[in-house]
Write a protein of this length. Sequence first.
Length: 479
Amino acid sequence: MKFSDLKLTTPYLKLSALFYDRVEPTPLQKPFLIAVSQEAAKLLGVDEKLDEDEALVSIVNGVKKLQNSETFSMCYAGHQFGYFVPRLGDGRAINLGKVNGQNLQLKGAGRTLYSRNGDGRAVLRSSIREFLMSEAMYGLGIPTSRALALIGSESKVARERWEKGAIVLRLSPTWVRFGTFEYFNAKGEHEKLQELADYVIDESFPELKAQEGIYLKMYAKIVKNTAETLAKWQAYGFNHGVMNTDNMSIDGRTIDYGPFSFLDDYDKEYVCNHTDQEGRYSFKNQPGIAHWNLGELAKALSPIVKYDAALQILDEVFGASYETLYSQIMYERMGLQTQQENDRELFSWMLGALQSAVIDYNDFFRKLSLFDGDKSAILECCVYRNQLDEWLDVYMLRLEKESLSAEMRHKKMLHVNPKYILKNHILQEAIQKAEVDDFSMVNDLLKVALAPFDEHKELEYLCKPVPMEAKNIKLSCSS
Ligand code: AMP
Ligand code: MG
């Protein structure tokens, strides 16, 4: 199947008119292809080469349409930094329709009814970041929207300086957000709330159909999925940066990549978003914020779900789902197969030691994967060694309680501890090249993003140490 031969459907347009606005994309000038993810194309049943599809650029640029495509933007509200904004909506995202369970959406394709003061555009640098990180999160096994193609252009876009516009064609099984429910609840449109819940069940939780207490069960699923995604973010050191309820997907996957960042050095206090002065969305706050956001969703659903029952689910399901998955992944990352009495202490000690050592979080685990008693490879990456030095001695003793051979442990750990993490400094380098029309590094990064646990001998330059001045920097929200 060829991408340009896909036939779409538009089930969202069967909802009442309040849910969306039909809008045509505004094409960029002199568009050109920068990168494609053939891996993402598989989701659509596309097996022919995307970059050989002569219609691809025109479709991503909104000039040509896939069969049966009807373009529209979605309406939603949201809590931004804790404050309710009654109407947001897709200010720069335009939906094309759906195929194979994936909703296709153009980000940066021009103004919509929901653009407010925005220009409906996305600049090249933020589009490269979203394109690559969507695929990198998938590569790490973290639920996420995906990115199929990235185009650049000669269109000028005003930010702090003039920049060039780009469009990402992104995919998700759903683009409904917590804020979509909040929109209808705030307007007192309770029938619409139910209409939306039925749509969400159809789209994301069809296994619930015909069950009793279906909306409460839907809420429980949302809580569980969100908690599990958060467990993965925390286990791999991902800081989303803008966990507003309008950026929370109703099926719990990661969406809306803005000023995100992976931790460089381990620092639980890290705040990647420069505008987040109070650190509301700091790394350590993320699970608590997800819980808060789910509380707001419970309020929004209260006309169709018993609020107390929803809160009870939130308390029971969130913590348990989060803890179970987080601890499972961390056991794997540490190469431990059995549970032993003092593991909790060992684990907290490790995080404390990492925090004080000033050491790259994910590189630590990659090095730990090959640890055999010789501490030097790890300690030479620390600024302050004492705590980690002592911890490694105790960890070595703990490993003796495992029956797995060292060789098997190394092998297993290398499969859960990535060699390649798309850290800011490397994304920044790729962006600088792209801004002078060299897209080779974007395409190199895509390769490692999709297979981060593998060795890529010719691409080792992509996992070089982070320069001191680039560590855990804060990123601008401008995009
Ligand atoms: P975000 O937090 O980046 O997901 O965006 C918050 C809201 O602002 C959403 O409703 C976006 O669609 C909207 N938005 C962000 N940037 C632009 C832009 N350049 N033009 C129009 N709307 C935008
Ligand atoms: Mg958003």
